[in-house]
Design a protein around this ligand. Structure first.
Ligand code: C2E
Ligand code: MG
Ligand code: MG
Length: 542
């Protein structure tokens, strides 16, 4: 027997000489190694040579791999005479093999996981989903698939850079992992889309609880590169077997439901319903149509008067976009704005609205009408673009509108971004002379200290409170609290969505300065506003 063979057996030369094979080779290695040897010896005894790699421990506890063989030698009559064991140290070869194996495992992992978040990817998700469906089919159980899409993620990516966007996605992945059970699967499908598989949910209500938990967790600020980033998500839920018998359908339907959550104002969840399919087709066609609407000049602005509640004078108008759809007629913002935000088209649309509104305000003035402030709705997405301020300055200059006649209606979500840069931007705008107001006030989470710090002139009490204030004492209390708080912070207060005389009178009694709503006027065409400005000094019927 050669040296490696001895090492393989963990023996010294003197251990072998003069001893029988059995006595010699009954070493103390691991049970699998012994098993291997037993089998090899049995084969050798039958005259069959065997060869295998075995890992053995040699002096100093080093592990080496030995290419070990047992070769039977036959006598001249063909009978088995003795067995020759031999071994060669092959640890480099085996180590290389191990490296290849490790690389294979790694590649396999990469093929099934998302490189950024290390979550299972689309392929692995599909595989697990199919497996779980099979099991659920046999056991007659339900499965939940959840499609989570971040709201306005694209903009964070565009404005703060991809490195921040990537970190945010990782942070979101961690956040999602914290919301589900170990047995659930969270995958990243690409972009800002995550799909969850909850195989052990027994009631749809549990899916709702889980979705709400995710929304709450996502809403906490993500601290990334010195930025506190606020993000929300929209979630669509589909349930096996009702909403789809196969994985692909379940994911597609959860995706459709997710779009409805977005359409419903984002930061919420929706369960899939069969009639959503038709709407999803419409959604797609709206997105396609929107892409051409600007160049085909299909947008128009309508203007709704804002009035002084005490004397009925028109103090301003709010520009509200309408889309003259070639086939579907006039569409209002809630039918297309969410889609426009989602695909980024809101940015060129917003620039068009601003220019058009300023041109219109200027043209009313040139026609000799009493000057009114024109208010333009500004989404958080637009506000965050780098050239937002430059664009305002350029438009004001080119349209020759004095800045004091332009008002920007911001949403509370604008104030919830990084306080530093927002503060600077708001002050620059205020220094320019542009007026600022907070739209839909009361529906977001404005911090009161921000209200004091930022140069916001006006709070627009959200119409949902106004709408209910005569029937619901809680809403009446909120309106009254906003009015008195606004006054003590020296803000103007405007109530939107006034529809009835009762609401108007109640607001007046609570000392609300200004109002807007169908009770006075619906949004009107520019020409109708001109007529109104020309003919009536007060919109309040005596
Ligand atoms: P908003 O800024 O809160 O505008 C008020 C909405 O309430 C308008 O709906 C208006 O027509 C409606 N309204 C006014 N008075 C009443 C009333 O008495 N009762 C009821 N029920 N509704 C009333 P609209 O035009 O459909 O716009 C909806 C939202 O779309 C706007 O809400 C605004 O957030 C957004 N939007 C409209 N135009 C633009 C735009 O040019 N840019 C951006 N970013 N958003 C816009
Ligand atoms: Mg508004
Ligand atoms: Mg509003």
């Amino acid at each position: 027997m050669n040296r490696s063979g001895l090492i393989a057996a963990g023996l010294r030369a003197e251990d072998v000489i003069g001893k029988s094979f059995d006595q010699t080779f009954w070493w103390s290695y691991s049970e699998p190694a012994r098993e291997q040897l037993r089998a090899a010896m049995a084969r050798a005894a039958d005259g069959e040579p065997s060869r295998y790699d075995v890992q053995v421990r040699v002096a100093g506890d080093t592990l080496v791999w030995i290419d070990f063989s047992l070769n039977p030698v036959h006598d001249v009559d063909g009978r088995m005479a003795y067995i020759v064991p031999s071994g060669n140290i092959i640890h480099e070869r085996v180590l290389a093999k191990e490296a290849v194996e490790a690389a294979k495992v790694r590649l396999d992992h990469l093929a099934h996981h998302d490189a950024l978040t290390d979550l299972p990817n689309r392929m692995l998700f599909q595989y697990r989903l199919n497996q779980v469906i099979e099991l659920a089919y046999r056991q007659g159980r339900q499965i939940v698939v959840m499609f989570v899409d971040l709201d306005q993620f694209k903009h964070i990516n565009d404005s703060l850079g991809h490195a921040v966007g990537d970190k945010l996605l990782r942070s979101v992945a961690q956040c999602l992992l914290g919301c589900v059970r170990h047995s659930d699967t969270i995958s990243r499908q690409g972009g800002d889309e995550f799909v969850l598989l909850l195989p052990s949910i027994t009631h749809p209500e549990d899916a709702a609880i889980c979705a709400q938990k995710i929304l709450t967790a996502l809403a906490l600020p993500h601290y990334i590169d010195q930025h506190y980033l606020h993000i929300s998500g929209s979630i669509g839920i589909s349930i096996y077997p009702d909403d789809g018998k196969d994985g692909e359908t379940l994911i597609k339907n959860a995706d459709i439901a997710m779009y409805f959550a977005k359409e419903n104002g984002r930061n919420n969840y929706k369960f899939f319903k069969q009639d959503m399919n038709d709407h999803a087709v419409q959604w797609q066609s709206i997105e396609t149509g929107l892409r051409h609407a600007l160049e085909r000049q299909e947008f128009v602005l309508h203007y709704q008067p804002k009035i002084n509640l005490k004397n009925g004078a028109i103090i301003g108008v709010e520009a509200l976009i309408r889309w003259q759809h070639p086939e579907r007629g006039q569409l209002t913002p809630n039918q297309f704005m969410a889609i426009a935000e989602d695909c980024g088209l809101i940015l060129p649309m917003g620039r068009w609205v601003l220019r058009e509104a300023c041109l219109q305000a200027q043209s009313w003035q040139r026609a000799g009408l009493p000057p009114v402030i024109v208010a333009v709705n500004t989404s958080a997405l637009e506000f965050r673009t780098k050239d937002f301020l430059d664009n305002i300055r350029t438009v004001l200059k080119e349209t020759c509108l004095e800045p004091c006649y332009l008002e920007l209606e911001l949403t509370e979500s604008v104030l919830m971004q990084d306080a530093g840069p927002i503060d600077a931007m708001l002050h620059t705008l205020a220094d320019l002379g542009v007026r600022l107001s907070i739209d839909d006030f009361g529906t977001g989470y404005s911090s009161l200290s921000y209200l004091r710090q930022f140069p916001i002139g006006t709070l627009k009490v959200d119409q949902s409170f106004v709408n209910q204030m005569c029937s619901n004492p809680d809403d009446a209390a909120i309106v009254s609290a906003v009015i008195s708080m606004g006054k003590s912070l020296k803000k103007r207060i405007i109530a939107e969505g006034i529809e009835t005389q009762e609401q108007y009178e109640l607001l007046l009694a609570q000392d609300c300065d200004e109002g807007q709503g169908y009770y006075f006027n619906r949004p009107l065409e520019a020409q109708e506003i001109a007529t109104l400005l020309q003919t009536s000094s007060s919109l309040i019927a005596n």
